[in-house]
Design a protein around this ligand. Structure first.
Ligand SMILES: Cc1cc2nc3c(=O)[nH]c(=O)nc-3n(C[C@H](O)[C@H](O)[C@H](O)COP(=O)(O)O)c2cc1C
Length: 203
């Protein structure tokens, strides 16, 4: 077998640094939303659900996204604060899986991120009873318009208390790398205290 196939393509380095490197490549390669990730949550009884969210911060403290705590996912997270994240960067043919417990970001951080968003996005979030039944689209759009009039003249739109961020504290991070002839490579990093151990998995 050629050396190109037998050599490890995924380095044994710290997975947060490795994530940074892959993410930087994805931002150049993907046509849009390199920060889109599937977020899997589960009820206390173990029934899973999954949807896309956007990664809005990452580093040694974890991986952060923002959402509505009164949504379906929000209810599941508050009752069972464990989750899994999945990135699939199709242009690079790479996958990253991340698992761990979730905690809410501080009020200050949620406020800062909320107010950094375009005004119409702030209005859209404030007007949305996310995941609850909407009788028709007009109802939502007129709620957005009412709020726009209420907070006219650039008045600050308060962040709804149920709109906040969660940070996943990674305990497991797995990198999947496409190799020729479907002889793919997987490396699983597992956290142990402040450090990480890693090993290969069969593809
Ligand atoms: C690419 C993409 C990014 C999204 N980003 C977010 C996000 O950051 N936060 C969010 O609450 N919903 C986001 N959504 C919408 C969610 O996928 C989902 O429809 C919504 O949060 C309701 O999910 P739930 O009913 O499971 O709570 C995004 C959808 C897509 C397709």
């Amino acid at each position: 077998m050629s050396e190109a196939i037998t050599m490890d393509a995924i380095p044994h380095t710290d997975p947060i640094t490795l994530f940074d490197e892959w993410y930087a490549e994805a931002r150049k390669a993907e046509p849009n939303d390199a920060n889109a990730m599937a977020l899997a949550t589960a009820t206390v009884g173990g029934a899973p659900s999954v949807r896309m969210v956007l990664l809005k911060g990452h580093g040694v403290d974890g991986f952060t996204f923002y959402t509505n705590t009164e949504s379906r996912k929000g209810g599941e997270i508050l009752a069972n604060p464990q989750a899994a994240l999945l990135f699939h960067w199709k242009s690079l043919r790479r996958q990253v899986r991340i698992e761990g417990p979730l905690s809410q970001v501080s009020q200050e951080r949620a406020d800062a991120y909320f107010h950094s968003r375009p005004r119409v996005s702030q209005l859209g979030s404030a007007a949305s009873d996310q995941s609850r039944t909407l009788p028709d689209r007009e109802t939502y759009l007129s709620r957005v318009e009412e709020l726009a009039q209420h907070y006219a003249d650039d008045a600050e739109i308060p962040r709804p208390p149920h709109w906040t961020g969660f940070t996943l504290d990674p305990q497991h991070i797995e990198f999947w790398y496409d190799r020729p002839n479907r002889l793919h490579e997987r490396r699983l990093f597992t956290r142990s205290g402040e450090s990480w151990t890693s090993g290969l998995l069969y593809p």
